[in-house]
Design a binder for this molecule. Structure first.
Ligand code: SF4
Ligand code: SF4
Length: 407
């Protein structure tokens, strides 16, 4: 199997061993960079959800990346993306067959398996049922429970001590199972962001409120949380990904057909960006991680498909300028949540999740108070009827035009 290098802080398309990409640059960079200290391996494999085919691929990948760390009796936390109710074909959550492969691997190693997450809304039990995970894990000796207890962890300035799920802090091994999908605030939600699920329930909303409209502050918090609860290994479900207006049901499922794994979340996220053609500089979390010297040189093992025209959500542009103006500018340039009223069933879930109290329910519709809205897009994530989406403002369009013109 051929290996190629993705340099940190740059966007280079990786390379398929079958020649789908022009690899000359990559070979050059391989020569220049081999032997660099901060290297991370990303394994890429073509895969489908057909379990008899998926299982050996998953087992081979995790054995290479973390086989020596999962020992008999180890307490292993498996952290999928199980944020809200959805069916597997919605491509919103980690697929149940990927989850099953992780649990079976842990049990085969003689370790103890626990599957946990902290749903934004609704019961964890119901989410597992609707997603098909309950059936997929039938008969396996695994604990499935939402995170409940928290312990305080110092994640450094300016956040200080924050409450993180005890199960994540105390686990011997964490297997992170993110989904490849878009995210209206962070552009994409991949391996590193999936660890935000280790913050319990309403505490997540409090952090959204504290960050307000400051996307980079929030990205920096997410990076700090990830560093505090570093997963041992991440295996990303990119078999059926979600493009467009993710991360909720408004997104569009797209078959990519890959399983990707690494023991370095940022390396994995960098590889995904290269695969789908998203410059790292557009990813707030990778930008923060780069500024903190956390991005490794990435070595790709396997065949990465060419993914053309991957649709991203409408977000906003980073805001520069005097601090006292930034909040005002963000409110007028970041994309706003809007409601497709005919699709809305007035279920009230968006109003329940909104950390800013910016949603009001009228007789036959919901209304946003954009003065209060902090553009966290949690409402889009939980709407069960895909009634919400983000729309770029006139100010945002103008800003984008100006930035594109001068960049
Ligand atoms: S927008 Fe969606 S979540 Fe909000 S009330 Fe309507 S259907 Fe429910
Ligand atoms: S309205 Fe939606 S985007 Fe705005 S603060 Fe509430 S949940 Fe976040």
């Amino acid at each position: 199997m051929r290996r190629y290098i993705l340099p940190a802080c740059r966007t280079y398309y990786s390379c398929a061993a079958n020649g789908q990409r022009d690899i000359s640059d990559l070979i050059l960079y391989k020569k220049l960079l081999l032997g660099e200290k901060n290297m991370a391996n990303v394994i890429v494999r073509n895969a489908t959800y057909q379990y008899d085919l998926l299982r050996p691929i998953f087992f081979e990948m995790i054995e290479k990346l973390a086989g020596d760390k999962i020992k008999p009796g180890s307490r292993v936390l498996i952290k999928p993306n199980m944020l809200s109710s959805a069916h597997p074909e919605d491509a919103v959550l980690t697929h149940p067959q990927v989850l099953r492969a992780a649990v079976e691997y842990v049990l085969e190693k003689g370790a103890r398996a626990q599957v946990s997450d902290s749903p934004a809304i609704g019961s964890f039990e119901k989410i597992l049922k609707q997603n098909g995970a309950k059936d997929a894990l039938q008969g396996l000796d695994v604990i499935c429970a939402p995170f409940q207890d928290a312990v305080e962890v110092d994640i450094g300035k300016p956040y200080g001590r924050i409450e993180v799920a005890r199960d994540a802090v105390e686990a011997d091994v964490i297997i992170n199972l993110p989904k490849l999908k878009t995210h209206s605030q962070m552009l994409l939600t991949l391996a590193a962001k999936n660890m935000f699920g280790c913050i319990i329930g309403f505490k997540k909303s409090q952090w959204h409120m504290r960050a307000g409209t400051d996307t980079m502050f929030f990205a920096s918090l997410l990076v700090a949380i990830h560093q505090a609860v570093q997963p041992t290994v991440s295996i990303l479900d990119g078999i059926l990904a979600l493009e467009g207006e993710g991360p909720g049901k408004r997104g569009i499922p797209r078959k990519i057909g890959v399983l990707m794994g690494s023991d370095n979340s940022f390396a994995l996220d960098m590889a995904v960006c290269a695969m789908i053609g998203v410059p790292q500089s557009k990813m707030p979390m990778l930008k923060v991680a780069g500024d903190r010297q956390l991005l490794p040189e990435v070595e790709i093992e396997g065949t990465m498909p060419r993914v053309e025209n991957f649709q991203l959500p409408e977000t906003g542009q980073p805001i520069f300028g005097p601090a006292f103006l930034q909040n005002f500018l963000r409110r007028h340039t970041l994309a706003r949540p809007v409601c497709d009223q005919p699709l809305c069933k007035l279920c009230g879930k968006c109003r329940t999740i909104c950390p800013a109290g910016a949603i009001d329910e009228k007789e036959a519709s919901i209304e946003f108070d954009y003065g209060k809205c902090i553009r966290c897009y949690c409402c889009l994530e939980v709407c069960p009827y895909a009634a919400l989406h983000s729309r770029e403002t006139l100010g945002g369009r103008l800003t984008r035009t100006i930035i594109n013109k001068f960049s």
